[in-house]
Design a binder for this molecule. Structure first.
Ligand SMILES: [Ca+2]
Length: 192
């Protein structure tokens, strides 16, 4: 019977792939554990009184969440009981993040969509996922930028999660590719 070199090659590479996948899974689960929910009250968490959280350097994803996801709020209304006045906007600032994109104004310095919706749930459904990067371990402020806070209602709930650094994932995948390539050529007895 002819020796089946192809099958031998498959058997040798399977453990390599499993180990690489395990490393990737462990790396991801380690970074994904640093997830926090932040509830920004539209009356209380002002520019002068933000929620301050100390976060490590890295890339972060900010996921808008609502009451059904474990948050305290769905959206905010800067005019209180205005029927069509629901927005999903908020501000993030730190040493690495310049929140003052339009100096001299308040409301426009928030991030999000400057579109008012009929209900808080519609505003939440249209809220984009945001991202920010911290260059070092920093205090990060979360707040609503507004001129008058006393007429506000509701708030913003967000899930802040550190995301795996894309370059390290690319490096890992490249490493996997190289390992498989070396294995393939050594099994085949091919050099160079
Ligand atoms: Ca207001």
């Amino acid at each position: 019977m002819k020796p089946t070199g192809k099958d031998t090659h498959k058997m040798n590479t399977v453990p390599t792939v499993i180990v690489a996948l395990l490393v990737m899974t462990l790396a991801y689960s380690h970074t994904a554990s640093a997830s926090i929910i932040i509830n920004i009250n539209s009356e209380l968490n002002t520019i002068a009184d933000p929620i301050v959280v100390n976060l490590e350097a890295g890339d972060y994803r900010v996921l808008p969440i609502g009451v059904t996801d474990g948050g305290l709020y769905n959206a905010l209304n800067p005019w209180g009981d205005e029927p069509n006045g629901w927005f999903h906007v908020y501000s993030i600032s730190s040493a690495s993040i310049d929140a003052n994109q339009f100096p001299g104004t308040f409301w426009e310095n928030n991030r999000g969509v400057f579109q008012n919706y009929r209900t808080d749930l519609i505003a939440l459904a249209n809220a984009p996922i945001e991202y920010f990067t911290l260059l070092s371990n920093e205090d990060v402020s979360f707040y609503i930028a507004d001129g008058t806070y006393s007429d506000n209602a509701g708030g913003i709930s967000i899930d802040v999660t550190v995301v795996p650094v894309p370059s390290s994932v690319v490096l890992l995948l490249s490493g996997m590719g190289l390992l498989l390539r070396q294995k393939f050529f050594s099994d085949k007895g091919i050099t160079g």
